[in-house]
Design a protein around this ligand. Structure first.
Ligand SMILES: Cc1ncc(COP(=O)(O)O)c(C=O)c1O
Length: 392
């Protein structure tokens, strides 16, 4: 029997973390105690008040049936109330919010609902790989918008050729940004709204890290920008702010027409989020501030430990304003991959090579703040011992 995957599957780039996972496995086989600063999955547990709600909801047999694919109204209302409180944004829970099985699901599927063959999406580079992957699987093409340090890791909209912009259907942006840690201003979002209006582009803002920022920064929502709901939607999820990556619950909110289209697409291919999880998410979103303040404190301590560690080994980097990633230029004489490999071999420390996030990620590596401060300090002690300062 000859099984043949389709062209889109063949066009997929290799899954970034698969390669890293293979390297970890090899090192582990050799008995190395690996410190993994590579993966963006919170190490801390889901707060107890959320687990308690889940425990209660799971015994209710009404929650054992198929959920609606757009989400319980109660969940969508909780999201709307959260937007009002956190961002001062009004949303109609019935028509402007749809539940997602984690934001990744919606980010990947939005391209299927909007692209015809060879249609263009504007995609940030470096960026979360799913923007490009969803585009490819849907038969489209990505036009990569470089995110350069000298521009604060924001795309320069004027640099997008107008023939590309005219053909583009979607634009993905993501702030606080993975992998660069940049935070965008409302002013930037307003420029994006104007750009999208003039080229009829649906803006898809990925706000997965909206609640994780440092030094008192409160990252704005794209939906706070004037006219944003005319041109865009925002993806967010419970994963990162509530340490709930395994629970799989998120949302898309904003432009009514796009929310209806995404909801209709989903109703044909999935059956929504387990209702008990939705009730737990409602609980999570009600009074999140105590938990979030504590979480930000932990990440800030870790961020400062990384900064100190980098100084110790002679590497310079601007600390992130948000997200839980540190984006660091590799020392002279290394590529992203050769540096990451050297650190793994000599110190047993995993960092993510920046080129895995796109061409413009070359020359950087990413550290995730998802291990304890003690392990971060140990990682830098090991690196210093193994390679010292002078080589950099
Ligand atoms: C930028 C960004 N967006 C979205 C996601 C997806 O998160 P989830 O599907 O858990 O909501 C991630 C996960 O790492 C991410 O880094």
């Amino acid at each position: 029997m000859m099984l043949r995957e389709n062209q889109a599957m063949q066009n997929l780039p290799p899954y970034l973390f698969a390669r890293i996972e293979q390297k970890i496995a090899e090192a582990k086989e050799k008995g190395v105690d690996i410190i993994n600063l590579g993966i963006g999955d919170p190490d801390l547990p889901t707060p107890k008040y959320i687990i308690d709600k889940m425990a209660e909801a799971i015994y209710d047999s009404a929650n054992h049936q198929y959920p609606s694919s757009v989400g319980l109204l109660e969940y969508r209302k909780a999201v709307a109330e959260w937007y009002k409180k956190r961002h001062g944004v009004d949303l109609d829970p019935k028509t402007e919010i749809v539940s997602l099985i984690g934001s990744k699901e919606g980010i990947a599927h939005i391209s299927f609902a909007y692209l015809d063959k060879d249609d263009i999406n504007l995609v940030p580079d470096p960026g979360y790989p799913v923007y490009n992957i969803g585009t490819i699987l849907a038969g489209g093409k990505s036009y990569f918008m470089p995110l350069k340090e000298e521009n604060g890791f924001l795309p320069v909209l004027e640099d997008i050729p107008s023939d590309i912009a005219r053909k583009a259907k979607l634009m993905f942006i993501n702030y606080p940004n993975n992998p660069t840690g940049a935070v965008a201003s409302l002013d930037f979002f307003e420029k994006v709204v104007e750009f999208a209006k003039s080229f009829d582009i649906l803006v898809c803002h990925d706000a997965a890290y909206s609640e994780i920022a440092f030094d008192g920064i409160k990252p704005p929502s794209f939906l706070e920008a004037k006219g944003a709901k005319d041109v865009g939607i925002e993806f967010n999820s419970l994963s990162k702010p509530f340490n709930m990556t395994g629970w799989r619950i998120g949302w898309a909110a904003g432009n009514r027409e796009a929310i209806e289209v995404l909801g209709r697409f989903k109703s044909n291919i999935d059956s929504g989020v387990f209702q008990a999880v939705q009730y737990a998410a409602v609980e999570a979103l009600k009074e999140p501030e105590d938990h979030l303040n504590q979480l930000r404190k932990v990440y800030q301590e870790r961020r400062d430990a990384v900064l100190e560690g980098l100084n110790k080994i002679g590497l310079k980097a601007n600390p992130p304003k948000g997200s839980f990633y540190f984006w660091v230029p590799v020392p002279d004489g290394f590529t992203s991959a050769s540096f990451a490999e050297m650190i793994l071999e000599k110190a047993g420390v995993i960092v993510t090579p920046g080129n895995g996030y796109g061409e413009y990620g070359e020359g950087y590596f990413r550290i995730a703040l998802t291990v304890s401060k003690e392990r971060i300090c140990e990682a830098f002690e090991r690196i210093e011992k193994a390679v010292g300062k002078v080589e950099f």
